[in-house]
Design a protein around this ligand. Structure first.
Ligand code: HEM
Length: 447
């Protein structure tokens, strides 16, 4: 029986749209807090925010119309996304557009292409086995931070897959802490850009995030230098980034930063949310444990096991529906256009909002409930489920993230079921990515 009784937390939905001041105040804290009840079932609406009109997309047809059919007009990321990520990623693939984006996409996409999964997955299996051993050493009932644990685990996976060497606990936790601080600083940058204030005002908030970005760059520069020193050509990065090595060093670093950050933060959040959801859904946790034990019999999952772990995959897919790590896909219109019959002037912001779309009651039954079975019994309506975005800018690491999550979850779920720390209130928060707050304190439990 699905655990249909469990409704995981979400911020209160306002009965009326918030006014400008109310929205600004909420937006500074988290971009999940600004939505009214009506927004979840509205397909397309707009709002004037000082100097800009913001269009909100919440229907499969209009997702297709904008991100696929009019992809060239909606290719550019919104200024708030670009300014917020610039100190860390420079002109990396995630934030660039135009010719730079096209050239970089051609170089970067093959690095984690679906066809390379069998080659990349062994490091996922290796790290999953290490984390199984690490969790075995944590006494039952002991408290740990599941968000940090998952961030370190996924940072280790991406580091070994891309750079062909271990990251190590100290470097992993420096990256994790710096990125947490980074996200805390970007509110002002994002807000200024959202309001259409001049760029120099929006960028004033960047000084603090630049400091945190430098801490991450130190770790990355060391990894890159190490890879470039190698001449044997058998480290995975050396093979995979052949095209990238022809780039200027700063461009190489920007792309390495992009892959490293995009490649571990999103997966870490997914895994942390999955543990939270499972800790509240005994039937789902039991079904996952039974499937994992039946298929794996105590060993770590491999790439070949993934097709035999449909429930683990469904848990991940349902987690990505409820808590999409990138809850807002923000674009700036590059030309005047028409969307769903409405004029969208050049320079407008267009937000495709998985947070709304994935909980739209016209598209999903019991939209706020955690029901992994929905991904086993059927498939979502096309373009109604976009945790990896869609169209030419779709996530290049989609397969990597899915395979990694299934391998790690199934390996650990055979023996472990962390439980929520009593009294800790979990609320989704999003400045850039969607996290369960800054920490997720859980108590180690056996499955
Ligand atoms: C569960 C895991 C993941 C989720 C939910 C996710 C989600 C996304 C989303 C939504 C975007 C597009 C953002 C937008 O359109 O504004 C994106 C882009 C991107 N992702 Fe992922 N991602 C995941 C894992 C990964 C991994 C593992 C990698 C690399 C190893 C990766 C690399 C990238 C890159 C390079 C882009 C930029 C693509 C472009 O703009 O052309 N992602 N991701």
């Amino acid at each position: 029986m699905p655990d249909t009784h469990f409704i995981p937390p979400y911020p209160p939905r306002h009965s009326q749209p918030l006014g400008l001041i109310g929205s600004i105040r909420k937006f500074r804290g988290s971009m999940l807090d600004i939505w009214s009840e009506r927004a979840f079932s509205a397909d397309f609406f707009s709002s004037r925010v000082l100097r800009r009109t913001v269009f909100i997309v919440n229907s499969p047809e209009i997702v297709r119309e904008t991100l696929v059919e009019q992809a060239a007009i909606f290719e550019r990321k919104s200024p708030q996304m670009r300014f917020a990520l610039e100190p860390l990623l420079g002109d990396g693939l995630f934030v660039s557009d135009g010719e730079t984006w096209r050239a970089r996409r051609r170089a970067v996409a093959p690095v984690t292409h679906a066809s390379r999964m069998a080659e990349l997955a062994p490091v996922m299996t290796e790290v999953a086995a290490e984390w199984h051993a690490r969790w075995s050493a944590i006494p039952a009932g002991a408290e740990f931070d599941a968000l940090e644990e998952m961030a370190e685990m996924t940072a280790e996976v991406i580091c070994r897959a891309l750079f062909g060497r271990t990251l190590g606990g100290d470097a992993a936790s420096r990256v994790v802490h710096a990125f947490t601080a980074y996200q805390a600083h970007i509110g002002q940058t994002a807000l200024g850009a959202m309001l259409g204030l001049p760029e120099w005002i929006s960028r004033l908030g960047n000084a603090a995030s630049t400091r945190e970005a430098k801490r991450i760059h130190v770790v990355l520069d060391d990894l890159i230098a190490d890879v470039l020193r190698k001449t044997d050509g058998d480290a995975s990065l050396v093979r995979a980034l052949t095209a990238l090595q022809a780039m200027e060093p700063w461009a190489l670093r920007n792309e390495a930063a992009t892959l490293f950050m995009a490649g571990h933060e999103t997966t870490a959040n997914t895994m942390a949310w999955a543990w939270f959801l499972l800790s509240n859904s005994p039937a789902a946790a039991a079904r996952l444990r039974d499937e994992s034990r039946a298929v794996l019999a105590g060993r770590a999952a491999t790439h070949d096991d993934v097709p035999n772990l449909p429930y683990a995959r469904a848990v991940i897919e349902e987690t990505l529906r409820l808590y999409p790590p990138v809850p807002v896909l923000a674009r700036e219109a590059l030309a005047d256009t028409v969307v769903a019959g409405k004029t969208v002037p050049r320079g407008s912001l267009l937000l495709v909002v998985p947070w709304l779309l994935h909980r739209n009651p016209l598209l999903w039954e019991n939209p706020d409930h955690f029901i992994p079975e929905r991904f086993i019994d059927g498939q979502p309506i096309r373009y109604s489920y976009v945790p990896f975005s869609i169209g030419p800018r779709v996530c290049t690491g989609q397969q990597f993230g899915l395979v990694e999550s299934v391998i790690c979850l199934a390996t650990l779920a055979q023996d472990f079921l962390p439980m929520m720390k009593p009294g800790h209130d979990v609320q989704p928060v999003s400045r850039l990515t969607l996290r369960p707050g800054a920490h997720l304190p859980m108590l180690m439990g056996r499955a």
